[in-house]
Structure formats: C-alpha cells, structure tokens
Design a protein around this ligand. Structure first.
Ligand code: 5GP
Length: 127
C-alpha cells in the first residue's frame, strides 16, 4: 500500500472528533476504542494518532515516542479488558491487516486486540 495517507478515512475522522467512538484508553500518541462490529466479546482497535497507513508504514516511519506510546497503550488495553497472561487470564489475539492481501478496510494503521473467547485457528485455508 502506498504511503499516501487519506485524511478522510474513518479513523482520521474519529481522531478529529467528527465521528463518535467508545474509547477504552488514550495517551499522547495513541487511541484505543471498541470495534463497531465486534468479532469477540472484547474487540478493541488501537490506532496511532499520527498519519500512518499501515503497520509497515508505522514500523518504518513512526518516531520512537509514537511507537512506545502505541505499544504501552496496547498493554493498557490488555489489562483493562482482563485478557493478559501476567494477570492469570486466558489470553487474546492481536492482529493487523495490511493492503489488499491483508484485507485492510480502513487505511489508518490499527491493531485489533480480541479476546474473551477461544479464538480458534489463526486462519482457515482456502483458495
Ligand atoms: P480492517 O479490516 O481494516 O483491519 O478493520 C477495520 C475495522 O474497523 C473493522 O473491524 C470494522 O468493524 C471497524 N470499523 C469500521 N468503521 C468503524 C467505525 O466507524 N467505528 C468503529 N469503532 N469501528 C469501525
């Protein structure tokens, strides 16, 4: 996916406060909110506040402060949702989709944190 960022994508509009969201946690560099169509009892999206299209874009171009802030917010979400192994919980799945083959719908980098049920095999094999 090209680095060009579309400022009208849905998550950019959420960050600007134009679309409401169910916020779980936030810090200077990242926002975590509930997915509008949850695929598990707990399904939270974590996004950087900066203009990054995909995981690859963020990993390559995010500042150290942005990457640290993003990852720490992920840890906070796992704790808030009661999913973390360190606290004796059952665990979770964290995934990110990128581009056409990754079937990414929203072109602003986001990590899905999902749990609260057995998540099953990572992928189903099909043509
Ligand atoms: P992707 O397929 O890009 O990895 O995931 C996009 C996710 O964003 C989907 O799980 C979808 O349900 C979620 N989503 C799409 N639009 C909205 C919205 O307006 N608000 C929230 N909270 N989630 C959204």
């Amino acid at each position: 996916m090209p680095r060009a960022y579309d400022d009208d994508n849905i998550f950019a509009r959420i960050l600007r406060g134009e679309i409401p969201n169910d916020t779980v946690a936030e810090n200077d560099h990242a926002l975590a909110f509930r997915d509008i169509a949850p695929k598990a009892p707990s399904h939270v999206l974590v996004i950087p506040k900066g203009r990054y299209v995909s995981f690859e874009d963020f990993a390559a171009h995010g500042t150290e402060a942005e990457i640290t802030g993003f990852m720490r917010l992920c840890a906070e979400v796992v704790a808030i949702e009661g999913l973390g192994l360190e606290a004796g919980n059952q665990g979770f799945r964290a995934i990110t989709n990128a581009g056409a083959h990754g079937v990414q719908e929203v072109a602003h980098f986001h990590l899905h944190i999902m749990g609260g049920r057995m998540m099953g095999p990572m992928l189903s094999l099909r043509d």
